[in-house]
Design a binder for this molecule. Structure first.
Ligand SMILES: Nc1ncnc2c1ncn2[C@@H]1O[C@H](COP(=O)(O)OP(=O)(O)OP(=O)(O)O)[C@@H](O)[C@H]1O
Ligand SMILES: [Mg+2]
Length: 286
């Protein structure tokens, strides 16, 4: 398993208050998988991404990436992990790029900082400019590029040091929908061609169309997972199944739209059917 987290907890301390941003988060992601993360504002999406990407330290639990235990790394090791293994793209990544440098120069810069040779820099920069579709614009200064093109430069920069993990926190949040689709398609291509394990946080439920599976976070926990299934009854067609997650000790979250059916007692009867089904029936105490 490329990414494995179990019972992951992240607590932020603000003055005397503790905010539990992740509370017992479980997730496994295989190498080369492309996963979407959705959930309402404040549910813990960015927190999870920052912890996976080594920007923040988890408070407790297990967080393994590619054989590394992120809870046990020293500050130096975590810094090195972040630089060499992870490519990060934010909603406003372009703002961190250098406006008076060209697309080429921006993408080359992290390689210069990492001390790569002239030849290696030139070859990989050219390849990346092609991959992100900016070869024609390589000599344009950042300020002369559109928002979508700037985000492509940001993706090139994120890939400059050949990470094995690509993380996007609402990378299309500031783009119009046509440009957003193009950028998502680029993530798909990079995921396939470079075999990059990719996690994209999005507020758009449509992200399910573009990724292998979508995780929904609710209150700092993984609550459901949507997987794509090919139905072949009347010709091949895709269907999306929303699966409720059952954690290691058997707890599950009833989806909000069905929660009202549980009734006021907050108790249910769980019964096994002869056909292998499990039935959850509300208890009526009145
Ligand atoms: N650095 C921080 N210090 C204190 N609290 C934080 C910090 N970062 C996040 N939180 C809190 O942790 C919780 C989860 O925040 P997070 O940013 O992960 O949510 P999110 O799902 O990314 O939301 P959004 O969709 O608005 O970006 C929130 O209650 C937030 O206020
Ligand atoms: Mg966020």
């Amino acid at each position: 398993m490329f990414i494995y987290c179990e019972n992951l907890v992240k607590i932020y301390k603000v003055a005397d208050l503790e905010v539990i941003a992740l509370q017992g988060f479980d997730l496994s992601i295989e190498e080369g998988e492309m996963v979407g993360i959705v959930g309402s504002s404040g549910s813990g999406k960015s927190t999870f991404l920052n912890v996976v990407g080594g920007l923040d330290r988890p408070s407790a639990g297990v967080m393994m990436v590619n054989g590394r235990d992120l809870l046990k790394l020293s500050n130096r090791e975590l810094e090195s992990y972040r630089r060499h293994e992870v490519g990060f793209i934010w909603q406003q990544s372009a703002r961190n790029l250098i406006p008076y440098l060209t697309a080429w120069e921006n993408i080359e810069l992290p390689m210069t900082i990492a001390g790569k040779s002239f030849k290696e820099k030139r070859e990989w920069t050219a390849e990346l400019l092609n991959s992100v579709g900016l070869w024609e614009h390589r000599k344009h200064k950042l300020a002369q590029l559109s928002g979508g093109q700037q985000q492509r430069v940001a993706i090139g920069v994120a890939l400059a040091n050949k990470p094995s993990l690509l993380l996007g926190d609402e990378p299309t949040g500031e783009l119009d929908s046509a440009t957003a689709d193009e950028i998502m398609a680029l993530f798909q291509t990079l995921n396939k061609e470079l075999g990059l394990t990719t996690i994209i946080v999005s507020h758009d439920p449509q992200v399910a169309q573009m990724v292998d599976r979508v995780i929904t976070i609710r209150d700092g926990r993984m609550s459901s997972e949507t997987v794509r299934r090919l139905v072949t009854d009347d010709g091949p067609d895709e269907q999306f199944d929303e699966l409720v997650v059952v954690d290691g000790v058997g707890r599950l979250q009833i989806p909000p739209d069905l929660r009202g059916k549980i009734g006021t007692s907050g108790r249910v009867i769980v019964q096994e059917g002869e056909d292998g089904s499990l039935t959850i029936r509300p208890v009526n105490r009145e």
